[in-house]
Design a protein around this ligand. Structure first.
Ligand code: SF4
Length: 373
């Protein structure tokens, strides 16, 4: 019996969307919510871009987007696609021809912006290229670049204008019998984004790509994204996400996973539960957690670890985690395994020891999953 079965207050009922494929990654339906990021290297610098794609994939990115601003970038895309361990989305603005070239270069998806891709005739050519090359499309509506007729009609970017923009482009794709698409309606304002996403979620069964655009730096952007995306995901809206940060793409992937992990929608790596620490702490909690986060980055197996400064909350938290350490005073603390007090460990050896225990537990969990398959 799953925990969710006995704890209905944990349930999130995902909106039923139809499933599409972005390369070999299913998006929508009952597929896991895919985590995306975007490279910020020059696309023409193939080596740097591939290195960034690989780092993002290593951090868990399921899909990576690459900007294609010119013909040289479209040419470079071919090599990037060949070297990439994950499907590549080509980001297209202004030049519909770049979309055609990107589809020819092997992109798994074309992100087109209704506000600047041009008239229906051009979009049709992009659709044809996508169809010919088994490439999906993301209709990427952005509050900052809405079509002029919608700005004239609504006077300013608003949820209704964003939904209308999205639906107009859905109509063009569907009129051309093209259904392999997803949609996003991003804004940098959390309220505007959330209202637009709710509107589009009701109006279509297309898979939804969630994002708060231009969210900000690592701390402010993480908080904005956690609130905006977190609320939508909690409502069951969203089939793939990208956290936009003025930071390394690897950070975007980490934050994306943390948002999904907080809501129990995806599990990856070690979920560290740690206390903020206070005068009662039996060891330096903050430094320890910082070092453990770094040393446990290689663990991909979903599992939990509690690092708690003292016995006020330590034994209770350890009950619910795979591995735990609770400070006890006199230079040592208690190690908990599978919720039970196991053995004492001195503070000066505990980091190495916990890394070993976590690695051991991860191997055990992996073996159990393998045996069950
Ligand atoms: S668990 Fe202990 S050390 Fe940590 S914050 Fe609470 S009282 Fe302080």
């Amino acid at each position: 019996m799953s925990l969710n079965h006995v704890r209905p207050w944990r349930d999130i009922y995902r909106r039923k969307s139809r499933q599409i494929m972005v390369g070999n990654v299913p998006v929508g339906g009952d597929a896991p919510i895919a985590v995306q990021t975007m490279t910020n290297t020059l696309t023409t610098d193939v080596a740097a871009t591939v290195a960034q794609v690989q780092a993002a994939a290593e951090a868990g990115a399921d899909i990576v987007r690459v900007s294609v601003p010119d013909e040289a970038s479209a040419k470079a895309l071919k090599e990037i696609v060949r070297e990439s361990p994950v499907p590549i989305v080509a980001d297209i603005h202004f030049h519909y021809r770049r979309g055609i070239e990107a589809a020819e270069a092997g992109a798994a998806c074309l992100r087109i912006n209704p506000g600047n891709i041009g008239d229906e005739k051009r979009v049709k050519e992009v659709i044809k290229a996508a169809r010919d090359h088994d490439c999906s499309i993301r209709i990427g509506v952005n509050a900052g670049s809405l079509e002029k007729h919608l700005l004239d009609k609504y006077a300013e970017p608003c949820p209704e204008a964003m939904v209308e923009s999205g639906l107009e482009h859905i109509r063009i794709l569907e009129d051309n019998d093209f259904h392999n698409f997803k949609i996003s309606v991003k804004a940098s304002d959390v309220f505007l984004s959330a209202a637009a996403y709710q509107g589009i979620a009701e109006a279509t069964d297309a898979p939804i790509h969630l994002g708060i655009t231009e969210a900000g730096g690592l701390v402010s952007g993480t908080i904005k994204s956690a609130i905006g995306l977190g609320n939508l995901l909690w409502m069951g809206i969203g089939d793939t996400i990208r956290v936009s940060l003025s930071a390394d793409p690897v950070e975007e992937v980490k934050v994306g996973f943390e948002i999904l992990k907080s809501l129990g929608l995806r599990h990856r790596g070690v979920n560290i539960i740690s206390c903020p620490s206070c005068a009662r702490q039996g060891f330096d909690v903050i430094k320890t957690v910082e070092e453990l986060e770094h040393r446990l980055e290689h663990i991909k197996t979903p599992m939990s670890l509690s690092i708690i400064g003292c016995v006020v909350n330590g034994p209770g938290e350890a009950l619910m985690t795979d591995v735990g350490f609770t400070g006890g005073g006199a230079g040592s603390g208690m190690v908990y395994l599978a919720g039970k007090a196991s053995h004492k460990m001195s503070n000066d050896q505990m980091i190495d020891h916990i890394v070993e225990e976590v690695e051991k537990k991860a191997a055990e969990l992996d073996a159990a999953v393998e045996a069950a398959e």
